[in-house]
Design a protein around this ligand. Structure first.
Ligand code: NAD
Length: 350
């Protein structure tokens, strides 16, 4: 396995391979860029079939965090970590504490948080070994209740706001009543996004690897259950990828009937050129790291004194950021992902 010459290596500052055989831990921490501040990004746990796939994922995800923090005007750099293992079978306290100790060795250059396969409780376990974690602070809700540090509600809200911007730009409508949306992935973010869409009057088609997740949406949100591979070809207005990466690739592109792609998943485009393919087909793509920045915005406010109103306003700024990207994209006839990258690079390369 190569690192410096591997396809997804993008001048990452540091890549750390972590192994603790006594607890069965194999993990990788990638720090992409710290020009704007310490790198912050989730710790994902996933049963990657190969080490190459784990490396590819962490390199791409950490790079995405640099762009996400920069485009969201946060004083943070980009980093991410992955634990190789099945979160439903292999996760335990000893493994999480060992991961915490590895994060601690980086002395704050990387700050970990929840991601796919890890929960607030898991990060709290890591917190017993390191202070360099985020997403664990209990926060007020708009009903004067307390919610956990989980950034997923803010991510889902930001994705909902961004989806509205894309629907406004591409379909010319503010009202979501009757809007048809296919949501891939009924996890922490996907389900919450589906709930917000349902409350706004949208009709839903949903899928997941786990039947119980799909069933919850069918029962509570009146969603239509769809087979995993059939989600791309649904006759809908919006396709919302909220599972893992590379949802937009050569095979799925050919099936898409939606006019808008707007979802929370990181690294939605298998390759950069797929952004251009979407544009050629008249499908408006809301760049992943712009639309899914709600969680990092939420978590970043933990570090500067949590002010809920300011945080919500910051998340709602995703609407205007996307509108600007859509307008620039149309004016320059460039794909939205390229336009977004240009804006982010201006901000973190300085
Ligand atoms: P999650 O693990 O809670 O949910 C992901 C869901 O997708 C799971 O239920 C999983 O079973 C399902 N899934 C995986 N592969 C699938 C496939 N091929 N087809 C259908 N379903 C599939 O994760 P999450 O926190 O909801 O995050 C979802 C996506 O959003 C991820 O890409 C994550 O990186 C991204 N994201 C999350 C946050 C956050 O705050 N949680 C922030 C930014 C980005």
């Amino acid at each position: 396995m190569t690192v410096f010459t591997t396809r997804d290596f993008d001048d990452h500052e540091q890549v750390v391979f972590c192994c603790d055989p006594s607890v069965g831990l194999k993990a990788i921490i990638a720090i992409h860029n710290t020009n704007r501040g310490p790198s912050l990004g989730g710790c994902r746990m996933w049963p990657y079939p190969t080490e190459e796939e784990a490396l590819q994922d962490v390199l791409r995800l950490s790079r995405g965090m640099t762009y996400k923090s920069a485009i969201s005007n946060l004083p943070l750099g980009g980093g991410k970590s992955v634990i190789i293992g099945n979160p439903r079978a292999d996760k335990n306290e000893a493994l999480l504490r060992a991961m915490g100790r590895f994060i601690d060795t980086l002395n704050g250059r990387y700050i970990g948080a929840e991601d796919s396969g890890t929960s607030v409780e898991d990060i709290k376990v890591m917190n017993q070994e390191t202070s360099y974690v985020a997403g664990i602070l209990e926060k007020p809700t708009d009903e004067d209740q307390v919610r956990s540090g989980d950034p997923s509600p803010a991510t889902a809200y930001g994705t909902f706001i961004g989806l509205r911007a894309a629907v406004k730009y591409r379909l010319g409508r503010d009202d979501l009543t009757g809007l048809k949306v296919a949501v891939q992935g009924m996890g922490n973010v996907g389900y919450r996004l589906a709930k917000l869409l349902h409350e706004a009057g949208a009709k839903l088609w949903v899928t997941d690897i786990y039947d119980d997740q799909v069933q919850r949406a069918v029962e509570n949100l009146g969603a239509n259950a769809v087979d995993r591979d059939a989600i791309y070809g649904q006759d809908v207005d919006v396709f919302a990828p909220c599972a893992l990466g590379s949802a937009i690739n050569d095979s799925t592109l050919a099936q898409l009937r939606a006019k808008v792609v707007a979802g929370s998943a990181n690294n939605q485009l298998a390759e950069m050129r797929h952004g251009e393919e979407l544009m050629k087909r008249g499908i408006l793509y809301a760049p992943d790291y712009v639309i899914n920045a709600g969680g990092i915005i939420d978590v970043s406010y933990e570090r500067i004194g949590y002010d809920r109103d300011k945080m919500i306003k910051h998340v709602e700024g995703i609407y205007d950021t996307l509108m600007e990207i859509f307008e620039r994209s149309e004016a320059a006839q460039l794909p939205t992902n390229i336009v977004a990258d240009g804006v982010a690079e201006e901000r973190f390369r300085k």
